[in-house]
Design a protein. Structure first.
Ligand SMILES: [Zn+2]
Ligand SMILES: [Zn+2]
Length: 364
């Protein structure tokens, strides 16, 4: 199968806060270990917005989108493990399998996890930088074979796409990074897509109490459907006092900050129990800093951890999450707020920024 002399449509942002333009991009054949994917669905994630606004980098133009499901349409000569026709999810992070961390059984510590892709030549010759190495809000995407994970074709595309970023990032933050256990009281700050997935992960891990914190009552209601036992409306309550009140004054054993940034970090630090784990899940903006009361940090003990893509191991965790959707224990249908066409993706991002949605997906 050859794609020469043809194009595909992709969402491109050429300047900070610039429009999301749907451009015709030249298509090439997969080379080396690449596979070509016919994208069936791509989720709209806040990380894209950071790039679109220039707060995660300024290497414009960007080809946005990184939460991708699709079908393998062609494979490069050295691609192994993926077959034409496979239903797949693109994993933006895959351990290299060769470094000292990978061979030592700590794949989440692999420094080479993040997918790095060459720029995508746009129609006018400008190199387009794929967001998180994927650039998958497009009809087609080319990625290395090791970055695709085959999943049960019974998972519909709009659900499969969710498994590319938001769901593993949150679920894994609770299960893999925080190592939530049955004795833990867990607080989750921010009940957007990632926070709600973290709540689902904490519930699956058998957490004693799961306290959802948000300023949006509708999001708190969804949080309950995914396993939150208590909710704190931070628009009317002091979140630190409320969490301490719900935990007999002790604070939470695990605090997951799914928002990211100085304000919520301070709140998260204020509500943690002695010996607890504070997990930074939401991505801070370039330039964010925090002042830490070092004496209090020392006396509280415990640890501050960072969770990137939920410290997931794609080949292990994505089929697991797909299975939990199919057996009904992870109700991702409730997670899906709406679907858009590629042409109306900009409208989807606007709704995301307005805080109106948990997760919207573009169907190709
Ligand atoms: Zn490695
Ligand atoms: Zn994302």
């Amino acid at each position: 199968m050859t794609y020469r002399a043809t194009t595909y449509r992709a969402a491109v942002v050429r300047s900070a806060h610039g429009p999301v333009a749907i451009e015709d991009v030249p298509l090439r054949d997969p080379v080396g270990d690449e596979v070509a994917i016919d994208v069936t669905a791509c989720g709209l994630c806040h990380s894209d917005v950071h790039f679109m606004h220039g707060t995660s980098g300024t290497d414009f133009p960007y080809v946005v989108g990184h939460e991708v499901a699709g079908r393998v349409s062609a494979v490069g000569p050295n691609a192994t493990g993926a077959r034409v026709g496979d239903s797949v999810v693109v994993a933006p992070m895959v351990p290299c399998g060769r470094c000292k961390h990978c061979t030592g059984g700590r794949p989440a510590a692999c420094a080479a996890r993040l997918l790095r892709r060459p720029a995508i030549p746009l129609a006018d010759g400008t190199p387009g930088n794929p967001v998180l190495g994927v650039g998958g809000l497009a009809e087609r995407v080319l990625v290395p074979a090791r970055n695709v994970v085959a999943i049960d074709p019974g998972v519909p595309p709009e659900i499969a796409a969710l498994l590319g970023c938001g769901v593993p990032s949150g679920y894994g933050a609770a299960v893999n990074t925080a190592e939530v256990g049955p004795a833990d009281d867990v607080a989750v700050i921010g009940c957007g897509a990632v926070g709600v997935a973290a709540i689902a992960g904490a519930a699956a891990a058998g957490a004693a109490r799961i306290i959802a914190v948000d300023v949006n009552a509708a999001k708190l209601a969804v949080a309950r459907e995914f396993g939150a036992t208590d909710t704190v409306d931070a628009s009317t309550q002091d979140a630190v006092d409320a969490v301490r009140g719900l935990t007999g004054g002790a604070g939470a054993d695990v605090v997951l900050d799914a928002v990211g940034g100085p304000a919520t970090f301070g709140v998260a630090n204020g509500m943690r129990a002695v010996g607890s784990r504070l997990v930074v899940v939401g991505a801070p903006k370039v330039g964010d800093t925090v002042d830490l009361p070092l004496r209090g940090l020392f006396l509280t003990g415990g640890s501050i951890r960072v969770s990137i893509w939920g410290d997931c191991v794609a080949a292990r965790d994505l089929p697991l999450l797909a299975g939990r959707y199919l057996d009904g224990s992870l109700p991702l249908d409730k997670y899906l707020t709406g679907t858009f066409s590629l042409a109306s993706a900009a409208q989807g991002y606007e709704q995301l920024l307005a805080g109106q949605v948990l997760r919207s997906v573009v169907l190709m």
